[in-house]
Design a protein around this ligand. Sequence first.
Ligand code: AMP
Ligand code: ZN
Length: 404
Amino acid sequence: MTGPGPLLVGTAGKPVELTVSPSGGGDPRHAVVVPVDDEEPLRYHAWVADRRAYVHERSGGRLGYLHVPDMQAPGWAQIHRDLRVEVAREGLVVDVRENRGGHTSQLVVEKLARRVVGWDLPRGSRPFSYPQDAPRGPVVAVANEFSGSDGDIVNAAIRALGIGPVVGTRTWGGVIGIDSRYHLVDGTLVTQPKYAFWTEGEEWGVENHGVDPDVEVVMTPDDYAAGRDPQLDEAVRIALAALAENPAKSAPPLPWAAVRPGIPPRRATRRDSIPCVPITAPEEAGPMAGEARSDCLFCKIVAGEVPATVVRETETTLAFRDINPQAPTHVLIIPKVHHPDAASLAAAEPQIAADVLREAQEVATEEKAESYRIVFNTGAGAGQTVFHAHAHVLGGRGLQWPPG
Ligand code: AMP
Ligand code: ZN
């Protein structure tokens, strides 16, 4: 069995018609494809996508994953395909296994060493860290015996700068550089060892030895064969443990409520319990129905005037994702009727307050949050910024006690 390979020899870059017979019988189909002359890039990108999915799955989406294949233009391009999305997660696994070196490691460590010291909170969009593309939490590097040259150096630099631990095996060990300055008369390139390398911590020791990992994890032939990746497993474990100690940085809530108090709670009257929008059809609705609070953001979400990612809805409540999540699961549950805070909701509509709580539990179950927190910020002093009662459901990460 040779497969279709021999028939495709010499066809790279040219349209080729395939005749495909369905395995279950029936009429053959015809398809035109353009074969590639090298499948390595396809296999490489599939491998990266697979490693990334693995890290996301094992960390419940909390850790990002970047692979840096070399320290030249292709490797620099590769990390930028994913950088913005992956560093926005709580922590980061930087995989420099098989890194074939070059000269861009200083640019790579410059990104990894960035420290978030501020936030830019645009209207209607997620907050951006300052500086951008900076890790919010722990960084763990993964290296192996094929991380060489500038791929050795990057690990020495990650350690010397205290960016994070290196997991895996001792790196390749070749950092005396060459250049391409001399050619023989027949054009042959000859190179000589020319650039010696010294780093804090390793000193001259990387040449002929490599960088020793902080945590040695060897990948056995058995692991390869079984599709296991104990090096990534260990990197994920270390990053999650670091997060449990020190939560990732996240944007602060907007401070306006502190300087501009919300509307003071009113006496609970029937008017307060008027739905923000008619729950019944307008012709059946009573005279007061349809009075949305035009100044209330969450009334507008109930009315569909402001978009939201709704995850559950009942006759009396609406649950949607927080626009500025403080945890992997961050869902808000609001009553459809307007009450400025949980206290006035509970006083005026205990049944609906109970509905909100029940929905909060439902959301936690649906989101598979093992432990979670249900929070009602009440009053500006407690961080309430939207004065329409709401419960926060926070989960998917360790939550510190007492809260800030
Ligand atoms: P609190 O600080 O308890 O009043 O919570 C208000 C929450 O509403 C904050 O966590 C905000 O991130 C969130 N929030 C503000 N605007 C929106 C919006 N348009 N969609 C979803 N959540 C929002
Ligand atoms: Zn409202």
